[in-house]
Design a protein around this ligand. Structure first.
Ligand code: GLC
Length: 740
């Protein structure tokens, strides 16, 4: 009845796996092969007859969104015990930033610039998800995102290919572990391949038009890194890329992914993205959509059934080669063998640690601590000194909301497991410090000023106000883009009312994206950007406010002054008329009837200039760090050689703190125009007060490679500038030359 001999087969090596895959494949009928290429949605806690029948018939290779363990084990039993060949199922779930213990949203994790934090977070997420029988997550999301209007920037790792690649691979390591067959390891899925983050207008699902050179130099780099890191699967994007939907895009799925990168994992479509190719107007009907998708190289179809409905006919009609089907099924079976599913498809929760255990909570708290970014700290109002304060006002709709702090893409986390800011501040404040609390607004969107009077009165009778504002979790994430990215509702008005009191204000912002804070920054003293910090967001924020730990996060994405500046990012091109302080005059300063040519003829906005509000890589801490003495090991190197760049870092402050030291490079002249800066290295350095250390990076000429106008990956001889500092606008620089 079924392939029992595989059930107890230990995985030895690639060759063994391939021989078992081929042996199994040789027993499969075409309908069973197509079944492996089909992922269907679970019913959430039970097994409908139609699903049980389809599994028995070998028509299902994977089920997504089933996390009731008894149901998962029953689905596996049906597949293994009641189908002809007994092929176990892949159980997929969006474990994007935690399962029960929720980590900060990925954009927040990216602000940690800490691969260990990100990897550990993915690891506990995998272990908790595996407890429910999940063996495949649809993460990391590594779409380069340079448009904060786009709701899915929240689940991205930001605007920079280097940072995104480093942290995306850290997530893959965390999810997949050292061995996919180990308990707690689950297959990762790098998504959404590719270019989805460039959706026009920041409007989700919108068309993405990216010239191939930019596609290769920016958007594809994190996916290449993921493939090189043995990410088990990729997912195709919803969007059409340059007019061709990703799920039917042979340039992406075959030319780049298979022919150039030799990817040997498999590609799953996004939810119904295959049938949606007819909605795009790219195909006439489901059969043509199936043909375009399988021809392009989508190995597994998520949620829709065009493969099950049409692939047999397409093979019979000679439009799809059986060898192509076999190749796709091999990839899927290979992953199932590598996951150890043929040896043991069932999950015993006793093989795993308790969900939400103290260790997991501590990891989630550390991630939240390192993700928070101190954007400003005027008058050094932070850290709050408990010994010098009698009372603190805690105000705002997000101060005590354990649900909103979890953020977007939380399928299995629960608000009641969260510890919010108010409780955590009370916990740390102890008995001597009075905590005066009120909401001020019922919610982030509340239009009513009814609570303002109480908020002002509360602030007046307190020494300092901690104001917790931001976005509700639904305001970012899939399909949740915004055209205006100010603080929603009447939150700006509440800030202004409280600023009138003249009392110090510490603003904590929870959001799924950069917000435009141009009207906020001069109304408050400190701004701590917490993103949506997850289950342990409260204790993390409280530790930072009271100086138990220093903030250390750095922005993984640029904060614009105004939405009209978007897209705005640090790795911009110089243009033929680059802006400068001198050339950019503000509209308000232009004399009446100024001659058209009297203004700076440079690339800027009359009413916003050219700089962001906060640049990529920005983030303050409680130390007082200085960078001095940048040196290069040589003034010139030949192609194939490396150069060392180093700097002295000093903490002349009174608090210990961690600084994320960043290395940027500029290639002054290229076969195509090159960015004015590109991140090529970063490292977290902790220094105690008065401590000094030398921080060095090594750059190989391969690290300077880019795709030229002929789509060749090359490093060109020439002049390079290099910076080391605590942000992308670091001033300390040196230069070197690469010669042939
Ligand atoms: C969604 C998302 C994708 C997710 C999938 C399964 O629409 O685009 O990121 O993994 O469907 O939930």
């Amino acid at each position: 009845m079924h392939s029992v001999k595989f059930l107890h087969q230990d995985i030895q090596d690639e060759q063994t796996v391939q021989s078992m895959v081929n042996e199994l494949l040789s027993q499969m009928g075409l309908d069973e092969k197509i079944g492996q290429m089909s992922q269907v949605c679970g019913a959430g806690g039970w097994v409908p007859d139609h699903l049980a029948d389809a599994i028995r018939a070998g028509q299902v290779g994977s089920v997504l969104n089933e996390v009731d363990l008894n149901t998962v084990n029953e689905l596996q039993r049906l597949a293994v015990e009641e189908s002809r060949l007994g092929i176990p199922l892949l159980l997929g779930r969006d474990v994007i930033h935690g399962f029960k213990t929720i980590l900060p949203i990925p954009l927040g994790q990216a602000a940690s610039w800490d691969a260990n934090v990100v990897s550990e977070g993915a690891r506990i997420s995998a272990v908790e998800a595996a407890t429910a029988g999940v063996n495949w997550t649809f993460a990391p999301m590594i779409d380069i995102s340079r448009d904060p209007r786009w709701g899915r920037i929240a689940e991205s790792l930001g605007e920079d290919p280097f940072l995104c690649s480093q942290l995306g691979n850290a997530m893959i390591r965390g999810f997949q572990g050292a061995d996919l067959a180990e308990n707690g390891s689950i297959a990762a899925c790098a998504k959404h391949f590719a270019g989805y983050g460039a959706a026009e207008g920041g409007r989700d699902y919108n068309t993405a038009n990216i010239p191939e050179n930019e596609l290769r130099n920016v958007y594809l780099r994190p996916f290449k890194a993921a493939v090189d890191a043995n990410c088990a699967t990729l997912m195709s994007a919803f969007c059409d890329l340059n007019g061709v939907p990703a799920s039917g895009n042979a340039f992406l799925m075959d030319q780049v992914l298979r022919k150039e990168w030799n990817f040997d994992g498999f590609v799953v479509s996004d939810w119904e993205s295959i049938v949606e190719m007819s909605v795009h107007g790219f195909t006439d009907d489901d059969e043509q959509a199936a043909l375009e998708a399988v021809t392009a190289g989508i190995d597994m179809e998520m949620a829709s059934s065009t493969y099950r409905d049409h692939l047999e006919n397409l093979v019979a009609a000679g439009k799809v080669d059986l060898e192509k089907i076999d190749q796709m099924v091999r990839r899927i079976l290979t992953l199932k063998f590598k996951l150890g599913l043929f040896r043991n498809p069932y999950t015993n929760p006793e093989d795993y640690p308790a969900l939400l255990n103290e260790s997991h909570r501590e990891i989630a708290k550390e991630a939240a601590v390192k993700s928070c970014v101190l954007l400003q700290n005027n008058n050094r109002v932070l850290p709050l000194n408990r010994a010098q304060l009698d009372s603190i006002a805690v105000i705002g709709p997000l101060a005590d909301d354990g649900y909103e702090q979890l953020g977007t893409w939380v399928f299995d986390g629960n608000a009641e497991d969260s510890i919010h800011c108010l409780d955590a501040i009370k916990q740390l404040a102890g008995d001597d410090l009075i905590i005066n609390h009120c909401k001020g607004l019922d919610s982030a969107r509340s239009p009513s000023h009814e609570g303002f009077a109480e908020a002002v009165e509360t602030a007046m009778r307190s020494d300092v106000t901690v104001l917790v504002l931001g976005e509700e979790s639904f305001m970012s994430g899939e399909a949740h883009s915004r055209a205006n990215i100010d603080l929603p509702g009447q939150q700006q008005q509440l800030i202004e009312a409280l600023a009138e009191t003249g009392k110090p204000i510490v603003l904590v912002i929870m959001a799924g994206r950069p917000l435009t804070l141009d009207r906020v920054v001069d109304k408050v003293d400190a701004i701590l950007y917490a993103w949506h910090p997850g289950t342990m967001g409260g204790p993390a924020i409280a530790d930072l406010l009271f100086g138990v730990q220093s903030p250390s996060g750095k922005l993984p994405v640029t904060f614009p002054k105004a939405v009209g500046q978007i897209p705005i990012y640090y790795a911009t091109k110089n243009t033929g008329r680059p802006p400068s302080e001198e050339s950019c005059i503000h509209m308000d300063d232009v004399p009446p009837r100024a001659a058209q040519t009297s203004l700076g003829m440079a690339s800027f906005h009359l009413d916003a200039g050219y700089k962001p509000l906060f640049p990529f890589g920005h983030g303050l801490n409680y130390g007082d760090f200085h960078y001095v003495k940048i040196t290069t090991s040589r003034s010139h190197i030949a192609l194939g050689e490396s150069i060392d760049i180093a700097v002295d870092l000093i903490n002349s402050g009174v608090h210990a703190a961690e600084e994320v030291v960043q290395l940027y490079v500029r290639d002054l002249v290229g076969n195509v125009t090159r960015p004015v800066k590109e991140l090529k290295g970063f490292r977290r350095i902790k220094l105690n007060p008065g401590q000094r250390t030398r921080v060095g990076f090594s750059l190989h000429t391969d690290d300077l490679a880019f795709y030229n106008r002929h789509m060749q990956l090359v490093t060109e001889p020439g002049q390079f500038h290099v910076w080391i500092g605590g942000s992308s606008d670091a001033p300390l620089w040196a230069e070197f030359e690469v010669h042939p």
